[in-house]
Design a protein. Sequence first.
Length: 267
Amino acid sequence: MIRIIIAGAAGRMGRRLVANIAESEDLALAGATERAGSEFLGLDAGSVASVRPLGVRITENFEELLDGADAVIDFSTGRVIENARLAAAKGLSIVIGTTALTADDRNELRRLGDSGAKIVFASNFSVGVNLLFYLTKLAAQTLGDDFDVEIIEAHHNQKKDAPSGTAVSLAEVVTGVRGWDYDRDVRHGRVGNVGARTRREIGMHAVRGGDIVGDHTVLFAANGERLELTHRASSRDTFAKGALRAVRFLADAKAGLYDMRDVLGLK
Ligand code: NAD
């Protein structure tokens, strides 16, 4: 059994992590935290996650949980780096999904990894999306420059930014293979009499509507054939399951800072 602390257990991701741990056979919930003042403090984390009572009460005191745990998963919007330092000092594995980390935060994670901690950080824990990055690179390398590349992403109608970070990363995979430049060669949408498509551009298109969790398609089109690589996320469980996979990976890994491509053996 791997005993896991979930930081931010009442958040959207925290609840799905608790629920997925409850359903697994090799993982156990060892602790759950929330921010000071949260209405969920003192409640059973399993009940908050709408599974079943798991006998783990949500606390604001992260440090008191460390001695009874093997790993921490942090998708909280709280003290991610401070938590990582405390967990590293006690030898716990650390999985971080919070996306708002600064460059300094990332450097600190690398330093912790270099000094003996086992850490996975990824801005997208979906196994499918990480495989899509890999397949996009393989397709770009194999098909060569004759194929026009267009990227189409779709998200719910509340998403504020466009294109998505994942779509940007997909375009960067292609610009990396072709030796192109993202700012110069990515073309966002087309309107009016823009003329024929040039050879040296990647079209980027953002669709917004309803409750779409996140779709990404990379289209490779040439004369006579086209290849479309599509990933569709339909629930946050895809990220939770990826994070649990990262915890299992760290159980047998050497110290260091890893990402999801390491976890999936895609490097
Ligand atoms: P959310 O707001 O629903 O959840 C965050 C939770 O953290 C809240 O319940 C909040 O009260 C709690 N929190 C804040 N301070 C805390 C503290 N000091 N201690 C403990 N808990 C604290 O947000 P969400 O949708 O679950 O997303 C959380 C983060 O995960 C965001 O940064 C989001 O971008 C990221 N995310 C990453 C991935 C990925 O694949 N890497 C996927 C989805 C979301």
